[in-house]
Design a binder for this molecule. Sequence first.
Ligand code: PXP
Length: 264
Amino acid sequence: MNPLDDSRYLCRLGVNVDHVATIRQNRGTIYPDPVASAMAAESAGAHQITVHLREDRRHIQERDVDILRKTVQTRLNLEMAATPEMIRIACRIKPDQATLVPERRQELTTEGGLNVAGRISNFRSAVRRLAGSGITVSMFIEADRRQIEASAQTGAYAVELHTGRYASARGRRESVREFDHVGGAARDARASGLRVFAGHGLHYQNTRPVAEIPEIEELNIGHSVVARAMFVGFETAVKEMLEQLRRHPTPQTPAPFPPTYKAG
Ligand code: PXP
């Protein structure tokens, strides 16, 4: 199965295995191994493995990315800051895709998208260097027209829309508003010639409506899958997420919107 063209699903699933490495790094052990979880994700049907090599190396290590480059059979997506060090590493390892993300050392996770609009020429040269090494480049941005237009000017192939605000919205009104921002941004990005991906904060109850946005071709999901894997195992956790993305052969009732949350 070509991971770029799997018509069974509304979009591709990239599984982010950072938090397997978080558990390892917390105790300075050699287990659990994110490489083993990447293999499990692929045998469950994931279309891509995503890792974030942070400047502070708090979870994924450079060695993990080296091994993943040799072992991943689908596609390897490296999330990274657009710094000279990271660009050097990416050009050496050559992931299939690089997703440029903002990084702040104090943050718990990637909070907010890139400010591309403020630094178009810097990003343009980062994109040029990565693309020159054969790497597809995606920009992780908020669902914001200014950032979309700026991303298009960098020569990037795609944008990944940050779904964190949608995921953390409380109540119907806020949820609908944030979902509409994501849908509108997806259309704007596609109209600007960019391919459209999304991710952050997606879980088993809120992913389906995002997957149904027609412009969205790829979702990158980590924390919820790793958390679910503790109870059902990694392969089952990935299969359950893939079920959320499955294209139904006959018209079905659309996913409930806003997503319903079960108590407990
Ligand atoms: N996409 C990007 C660009 C990210 O930085 C992250 C978090 O590492 C994710 C997707 C996955 O987010 P989550 O772990 O909340 O599913």
